[in-house]
Design a protein around this ligand. Structure first.
Ligand SMILES: [Zn+2]
Length: 308
């Protein structure tokens, strides 16, 4: 009997030891897993930090902002999704910077803030004021609204225009420009068309001289009209190319007119350290068929992580 008890004690002890080693192994495994996930999180932070070199500039491109729940597309985002974008930017400590501030810093030889982002809305839609402006105010962000002269005819006072795609009239643009959350930029007077020319493209057979005159006149007309409408701000320094079309002549003319920043639709992020770098800025189109802003940033995060 004594032997039985001794054996039983031994068995209990062995069982306990097995249990103890299993618990220890599980704890060790958890530690390894935790360490792995910690490394992962850390790597994520690390990639974001790669945007913190004082010259990286991300320019986001939006067009329409529609009421919550409306169908979203490449150029239309819902106000709820836009709010999520702004929340993402805030949570991940991106620094929203105005065009004027970027220009001033670069001309003063100062670096950009870490993770600098410019927010831009093209075409001058009334829905930008209706849905984006309240969010810009809420988050304390400033965005560029690039307007088209001809489109002011398609404003809310035009009985033939309705629905989602009403544009800002001159009065609307002036009012918008009075907000510290909005900057106005140039997007051509009459050259936001697909035909006869795509945007400001030079026509086949059109002489350089004739093309220069057409483009310069169009730009002057918009600048003059914005002055006449008593629009505030530095619109005379910022030009967003319609459909992202540009050429060496258009660039030369804009520089001669004192434009300090031009925006394209070429996809990418920018490295900005001298005034020359402010021309032909690349942008990231916020395609709202993509789930989140994080998805839009993902390819660049990977690039930054790989050091390219
Ligand atoms: Zn446009």
């Amino acid at each position: 009997m004594e032997r039985f008890y001794r054996l039983r004690t031994k068995a209990v002890l062995i069982c306990f030891l097995i249990f103890l080693s299993a618990v220890t192994a599980a704890a060790a495994l958890r530690e390894v897993t935790d360490a792995a996930s910690f490394v992962q999180v850390d790597a994520k932070v690390q990639t974001k930090e790669c945007f913190s070199d004082g010259s990286t500039l991300i320019v986001l491109m939006y067009h329409n902002v529609l009421k919550e729940g409306k169908k979203q597309s490449t150029y239309c985002i819902g106000e709820d999704a836009l709010k999520k974008d702004f929340e993402y930017l805030r949570k991940n400590k991106f620094n929203i910077i105005s065009c004027a501030e970027v220009i001033d810093r670069v001309y003063a030889g100062k670096s950009l803030p870490d993770k600098a982002v410019m927010i831009t809305f093209d075409d001058g839609y009334l829905n930008n004021v209706k849905y984006a402006l309240p969010l810009l105010k809420e988050y304390g962000y400033t965005a560029l609204f690039s307007v088209v002269g001809d489109y002011t005819l398609l404003d809310k006072n035009n009985p033939k225009v309705g629905g989602d795609f009403v544009y800002l009239g001159w009065n609307d643009i002036r009012q918008a420009s009075q907000s510290k959350n909005i900057e106005i930029g140039l997007h051509s007077y009459s050259m936001h068309n697909l035909r006869p020319r795509l945007g400001v493209a030079q026509l086949k057979g059109e002489s350089d001289k004739e093309y220069s005159r057409v483009f310069a006149d169009d730009t002057d007309k918009l600048i003059k009209s914005l002055y006449n409408a008593e629009v505030q701000g530095r619109f005379y320094e910022i030009y967003a190319y319609p459909y992202g079309k540009y050429n060496s002549i258009s660039e030369r003319i804009l520089k001669e007119k004192g434009i300090k920043m031009t925006l394209t639709c070429n996809e990418g992020i920018n490295s900005v350290s001298s005034p020359e770098d402010l021309y032909l800025l690349k942008r990231l189109n916020r395609d709202a068929t993509k789930e989140s802003l994080e998805d839009i940033f993902a390819p660049y995060d990977k690039l930054a992580a790989s050091g390219k």
